[in-house]
Write a protein that binds this ligand. Structure first.
Ligand code: NAP
Length: 674
């Protein structure tokens, strides 16, 4: 059979395998399946194409434009899922594994598409935090902003998730406005190549936004500069050597690393056999050991249980693992497929042997297990080890067998459990199965600093929980120390990895223009008519309405109190109010001021303002007493389109008294017709 020819996509053209191409074997049969790699790839031309064509095209778009692009890409990939599934079996993955890799990857891109529209502006500059007051009178202010890096992101991915691994990096990169060159691990690059073809063929992306290297990267990393990013996922050894690339060191090139991790799962002291938590623990551990045949960076490598429960855990886990059918992933009865290659199998068996020097294998024998697949494939059984003396062991805490291999160890008390977790020297995730909130707090305080994520599960959350091993686009993925010290995803945080944060200092007028958001102190614009009569597209940022004043009387306060039922003493009893350190005597309700403010600024007739959707950052600054009068300044602060029909207007609302002293301030949100 002829080998599948897996191409690269370089500087706008597909380049077939050539000199130095590697043969990739099928995980299921071990037979040659595909060929990838070409030593003649022009890496400088690829970098130039990304920097000079892809970057400028992406940066012309706003965050919302790019978010819409991501949504369209995910829809395109979704429409071609079956082709990706069909091909991906060859990596040893089962249909359930595809749901994590292929559906999970597409879902991740969808989440970034939606976060980009909801949490980022329809603009080219992202404002990071609020205005910083740097001067007494507010004429000189500070604002942190993020803008896209002007280089290219090189994504180097591990073999285990050929689709998710690419998309979880690509989505935040494109959303940031940065072009990417994706380099999947050669062993499974044929699946990534198909996903890239689907995306490129759709015509959704501007030229230069996405390129692909199937096979070796050549000396690309030696041509990187300070505007480029390397985002790496793989083993600690590869990360260490790539970090030392001279250009990366000399030019302080950002290097995000996600590498191996000896993740742990703790069975809480309360979760004894017979509790829902004990069963949940056994189920989660067995699932984590066998999903993707244990080739998951987040898989549970160390099972930490109370010493008294060690035997119960061995028995319950062994029962569950014995039910796992191992074999050809295309068979529906198969629960665990193959490792990605026979090379990987040899590596896993070697690492399991090292662990075996410190721990006894209590389940799974690689030399004798029930196999429903070809003997030549990269199959191994799940292997459970028990380490009786984890304090004096080393391998069990630092050897990652990247397969269905896990070691159980007993703990004496919670401090001991935490100490064992931390022996991993930095992990992507630790899970804790407990119903006891004090146990949860102690574990978090003791080991959060050693973990990128802590997953706590019990009877209350188990029906909806997402699983120990699932990194979610909303949450940070990464971990300190051995896990690489990197961070990915985590919503908009992940987008910022591809942007530069800059502290901008200047006058309110300057900051308003740069951030496309009105800053108090910047010039006000007088519109031709009341702003509530103007459509979303007609309103200008800075457009301001000043209302007439309205006096507050004691009758108003009493009427409001009786009408609403809010007869709090500060509004009703002069002496009691005066004893309060905040009030001179009876004062107007804050909500009365808000209601009167609305009465002052609204335009009552049917018009483009469709609804009041909320209010942010409300502050009452000075009490208002009977006899005071208030007036309102209403300014368009920011505009965010929501769909073709309407957009959100954020108004800055400021209430002042007869002496021009601020009494209240807030941001009002309305939906306005476009
Ligand atoms: P690997 O051997 O370190 O390879 C990772 C990537 O680096 C592959 O794309 C590989 O390409 C590339 N690479 C290797 N040498 C290179 C070089 N000199 N220049 C440029 N690229 C180079 O890791 P793996 O075997 O694919 O993956 C398994 C490891 O990844 C495990 O340790 C696992 O824990 C870790 N992992 C971590 C995460 C996480 O998010 N933290 C996720 C998944 C996996 P080739 O395939 O072409 O050599």
């Amino acid at each position: 059979m002829s080998l599948h020819q897996i191409s690269s996509f370089a500087a706008g053209t597909w380049v077939a395998p050539g000199e130095g191409a590697r043969t990739i074997a099928s995980a299921i049969t071990g037979a040659p399946f595909a060929s990838a790699g070409n030593a003649a790839l022009d890496v400088q031309a690829m970098l130039d194409f990304a920097r000079n064509t892809g970057g400028p095209a992406l940066r012309k778009l706003t965050f919302h434009d790019r978010a819409r692009m991501l949504k369209a890409l995910s829809q395109e990939l979704s429409a071609h899922k079956q082709a990706l599934y069909d091909l991906s079996f060859e990596t040893g993955a089962t249909q359930k594994d595809h749901l994590i890799d292929i559906d999970g990857g597409i879902g991740t891109m969808f989440v970034f598409a939606s976060k980009g529209r909801r949490e980022m502006p329809d603009a080219q500059v992202y404002l990071d935090g609020e205005i910083e007051q740097l001067s007494r009178n507010g004429t000189f202010l500070g604002q942190h902003i993020c803008t896209p890096l002007l280089g290219v992101a090189i994504h180097i991915n591990a073999f285990n998730f050929p689709v998710w691994g690419m998309l979880e990096k690509l989505a935040p990169t494109l959303l940031a406005g940065v072009p990417a060159i994706v380099k999947p691990a050669t062993n499974s690059c044929y699946v990534t190549e198909l996903a890239v073809r689907i995306m490129l063929d759709s015509g959704i992306l501007p030229a230069g936004a996405l390129q692909l290297v199937s096979g070796g990267l050549g000396d690309m990393l030696n041509h990187l500069g300070c505007q480029d990013v390397v985002s790496f996922t793989g083993s600690a050894n590869t990360a260490l050597s790539l970090r030392q690339t001279p250009a990366i060191q000399q030019n302080s090139v950002r290097f995000v690393a996600e590498q191996d991790s000896l993740n742990a799962s703790i069975l809480g002291p309360d979760a004894v056999p017979g509790t829902p938590e004990f069963d949940l623990f056994v189920k989660e551990v067995a699932r984590e050991m066998t999903t993707k045949a244990g080739q998951k960076c987040t898989a549970i490598r160390r099972i930490i249980a109370p010493e008294a429960q060690v035997n119960a855990v061995i028995d319950a886990l062994s029962d569950r693992l014995a039910k796992i059918t191992i074999g050809d992933p295309r068979q529906e009865t198969t629960r665990m497929g193959a490792l990605v290659s026979n090379g990987q199998k040899a590596d896993v068996l070697e690492k399991a042997n090292l662990i075996g020097q410190e721990a006894e294998r209590v389940f799974g024998n690689p030399d004798a297990f029930d196999l429903h697949g070809p003997e030549t494939g990269a199959f191994v059984p799940p292997m459970l080890f028990h380490c009786a003396d984890p304090d004096n062991a080393q391998r069990v805490h630092d050897t990652e067998a990247f397969g269905p291999v896990s070691t159980l160890m007993g703990y004496r008390d919670l401090d001991h459990a935490v100490a064992l977790v931390n022996r991993g020297q930095g992990s992507l995730v630790t899970s804790l199965i407990t119903h006891d909130t004090d146990v949860a707090r102690d574990v978090v305080m003791g080991s959060a600093a050693y973990n990128g994520r802590i997953y706590i599960n019990d009877r209350d959350s188990m029906a909806e929980s997402t699983g120990h091993g699932s990194p979610l686009p909303h949450m940070v993925h990464g971990g300190p120390g051995r896990a690489g010290g990197g961070e990915e995803m985590g919503g908009v945080r992940g987008v910022k990895h591809y942007m530069q944060r800059t502290a901008i200092q200047g006058s309110p007028r300057m900051l308003s223009r740069i951030g496309t958001k009105w800053v108090p102190g910047a010039p006000e614009i007088k519109g031709p008519t009341h702003p509530f009569t103007r459509k979303f597209g007609e309103l200008q940022v800075g457009e301001t309405l000043h209302t007439a004043p309205r006096m507050i009387t004691l009758d108003d306060i009493e009427h409001f109190a009786n009408f609403t039922g809010d007869t709090f003493y500060a509004h009703m009893d002069d002496d009691a109010a005066a004893r309060n350190p905040f009030f001179p005597g009876r004062v107007a309700h804050g909500y009365l001021l808000l209601s009167f403010a609305a009465g002052l600024f609204v335009e009552p007739n049917e018009g483009p303002v469709l609804a009041n959707t909320g209010l942010d950052g409300l502050r009452f600054m000075k009490p208002v007493v009977a006899g005071d009068s208030i007036k309102v300044r209403l300014t368009v602060k920011q505009k965010t389109p929501r769909n073709d029909d309407y957009g959100e207007v954020r108004w800055h609302v400021s209430l002042t008294n007869q002496d021009d002293e601020p009494v209240a301030e807030y941001e009002l949100l309305t939906m306005n017709a476009r």
